[in-house]
Design a protein around this ligand. Structure first.
Ligand code: 5GP
Length: 127
């Protein structure tokens, strides 16, 4: 079943400028902004400007230019945050939730870049 994109989701509204965001980076195909409810000292969301529901949708349907831009934008956000382990930063975690099991709240692809503190083990037990 093909993905149906809901253009009323909150990140679509941010992209259209209908809702403000605390912008960290903007590139030709991507936008990065601080999460409104940060889970760590650093918590940035990186989204493509295109209408993609989740990561596999993007991987299947986006152009090479969009995919390169998005990945470079994530790397640039890591540089801006100063979390790159190779440059003396403390490290970070990337999270891309999708669907019900992934507990995705917003149906527009977003990668969480989380850091600034020790993040614990990758997955917590259900509860
Ligand atoms: P998900 O659970 O879909 O992976 O994550 C959605 C994220 O979007 C959450 O971390 C939530 O705090 C963030 N979020 C929801 N609404 C807004 C908003 O209006 N502005 C910003 N900056 N973040 C939002």
């Amino acid at each position: 079943m093909p993905y149906e994109y809901d253009d009323q989701n909150i990140f679509a509204k941010i992209l259209r400028g209908e809702i403000p965001c605390d912008k960290v980076l903007e590139t030709e195909h991507s936008l990065a902004f601080n999460d409104i409810n940060p889970q760590a000292p650093d918590h940035v969301l990186v989204i493509p400007k295109g209408a993609y529901v989740c990561f596999d949708h993007f991987a299947d349907a986006a152009s090479d230019a969009e995919i390169v831009d998005f990945n470079r934008a994530i790397g640039e956000v890591c540089r801006i945050l100063g979390v790159k382990p190779g440059e003396g930063g403390g490290g970070y975690r990337l999270i891309a939730n999708a669907g019900d099991n992934g507990v995705a709240e917003v149906p527009h692809l977003h990668v969480h870049v989380v850091g600034g503190r020790w993040l614990g083990r990758m997955l917590q037990p259900p509860g």
